[in-house]
Design a protein around this ligand. Sequence first.
Ligand code: ZN
Length: 163
Amino acid sequence: MSVLPIVLWPDARLSQICAPVGDADIRTLTDEMFETMYAAPGRGLAGPQIGDMRRVFVMDVTWKEGARTPMVFADPAITARSVETVVMEEGCLSIPDLMVPVTRPREVSVTWRDEAGASHSADFDGFAARCIQHEMDHLDGVVTLDHLDTATRTALIEGYDPK
Ligand code: ZN
């Protein structure tokens, strides 16, 4: 296993729609994605962020509080969204040191497959709902900045130097 280099915005790969995982064995890939995510350190990491253009992301929303709960989401789909929305400042490992306010539904219902191919469905709220929506955006070529109106986006980007 190895820590993979993280693709940084505005790399064109972060603007592309990813392809289905299907029946492919992704366990080596997701092991390396977890290692990369924990090293970054982050709580979610999507395929295009390490240059794999498939619909997969890894998430662990509790490890920074001391208990690891790693989850793999392959070919995820949001099947329901709450009407109620909430604004939160979001960071992104591909846009280091830039916090972006993003409005999203407070709760989502999600279906996905894990790294062993087993199907799951569950409802999420709080930070997990936020993280899942953020990572699923990456699978559709969308980053936090794409949620902003032009004036807000321009003001945030102005002077931003990811180095
Ligand atoms: Zn991100």
